[in-house]
Write a protein that binds this ligand. Structure first.
Ligand code: UD1
Length: 372
């Protein structure tokens, strides 16, 4: 029996690595990794395979960037050919990027069983491209593997058969726990001249934030405000880099050397940075979860989150995009008034194993090792 895993964009790689590893160790399933090429820069893709100890993808579609319709459609055309040739018994998709929805559409139309890892997350913001990808992928999936109970509740409310929902935990945290020791040994802080717990890490890449000139200007002004107090490291996504340059923010940012704009980082290098930060300010989804697992305070620069467990249980606070409110929240954390958090249930580093065992059971293949 054969499983094909789909990856495409940066946040997919750390989710597929632990599933792939656990399937190889625990089952006799055949597996292939298909990379759509949605992210193609070495810093957005290749470095993650090296950092996560993953072999190069078995199949690479080389699709690249484009409008949503163009990118998704090109992926679908190529995937259909590969699925016809490879005849997978299961296609496993992760997350909520365009590669995820492209694979979900092709797989379900071909009558191939589809599993969605990280099912059930909802921001209830239909203008967010990822929300459309989540809703459609979940609707089409035969197996919905959820990271937390709030996701189960969302799916049940949408009328999904409870038999198809499996609470497996957060697979991205498997990668984090497996990599932390290696990351801790990197000289990242020394290279950047930083002291543990005395700097802030910032990331921004959501189109709703960075493609809106007024919002982008306001968010950058909050980073400048924070950098007047403590150093801020800001690895810049290609989309954001483009907007900063188009909007002419370069000179203004250069006047604040404590705000360090750097290229996107590899997985281990970035983990070494976030795990020792005093505060993380971000509009990323995955980083809200990673900071919760690490117990590092996080301010989410968006109006809503599809990951409410990071707020209810973890260290995350959703502070919106109003600069005054962000400054106030950052000042509070930097003065030592931090939100304490716990790690949510099943974010234990064993989600990949639970998924491998579930796939083996569903596909009726022999398990080399039982869970436990
Ligand atoms: C995608 C995901 C988003 C995820 C993010 C993580 C969708 C709809 N969005 O957004 O959920 O949080 O990845 O990074 O799937 N570009 C490069 N090099 C690359 C890739 C992209 O320069 O390797 C530039 C191109 O100008 C491209 C733009 O970034 O047009 C956007 O890339 P795209 O894949 O469309 O979406 P992301 O913003 O990266």
């Amino acid at each position: 029996k054969k499983v094909i895993h789909i990856v495409g964009a940066r946040p997919n790689f750390m989710k597929v690595a632990p599933i792939h590893k656990a399937i190889a160790a625990r089952t006799s399933l055949q597996q292939l990794v298909m990379h759509t090429g949605q992210h193609y820069d070495a810093k957005m893709s290749d470095v993650f395979f090296a950092d996560l100890g993953m072999a190069a993808p078995d199949i690479h579609l080389g699709i690249g960037s484009g409008s949503h319709a163009e990118q998704t459609a090109k992926m679908m055309v190529e995937m259909e050919k590969i699925f016809l040739k490879e005849k997978p018994d299961l296609v496993s998709v992760v997350g909520d990027v365009n590669s995820t929805i492209a694979a979900a559409l092709v797989t379900s139309k071909m009558g191939i069983p589809l599993s969605h890892v990280e099912a059930g997350l909802r921001s209830f913001e239909r203008l967010m491209p990822e929300e459309i990808n989540r809703v459609v992928t979940d609707r089409l999936s035969d197996m919905l593997l959820t990271p937390s109970r709030d996701a189960d509740a969302n799916l049940l409310k949408e009328g999904i058969d409870p038999k198809r929902i499996h609470l497996v935990g957060n697979v991205m945290i498997d990668s984090l726990l497996a990599s932390k020791e290696k990351a801790d040994q990197l000289p990242t802080l020394k290279q950047l001249g930083l002291t543990p717990r005395a700097y802030v890490v910032a990331t921004l890449h959501r189109p709703s934030n960075v493609d809106n000139p007024k919002l982008l200007a306001g968010l950058l002004s909050t980073l400048i405000h924070v950098a007047r107090k403590v150093p801020v490291v800001f690895p810049v996504h290609p989309r954001t880099r483009k907007m900063i340059s188009e909007q002419g923010h370069g000179p203004e940012l250069e006047k604040t050397p404590a705000l360090k704009l750097v290229d996107p980082m590899g997985y281990l290098e970035f983990l070494s940075l976030t795990s020792q930060a005093q505060l993380v300010m971000t509009d990323s989804g995955g980083l809200q979860e990673e900071t919760t697992a690490l117990g590092v305070p996080c301010l989410t620069l968006r109006e809503e989150t599809e990951r409410p467990v990071t707020v209810e249980v973890g260290t995350n606070e959703v502070v919106g995009t109003d600069p005054a409110r962000i400054r106030e929240a950052a000042d509070r954390v930097l003065s030592g008034d931090v939100k304490k958090g716990r790690v949510p249930e099943l974010w234990d580093g064993r989600t990949g194993e639970r998924i491998a065992d579930l796939y083996a059971r569903v596909l009726g293949v022999e398990q080399k090792r039982a869970f436990g």
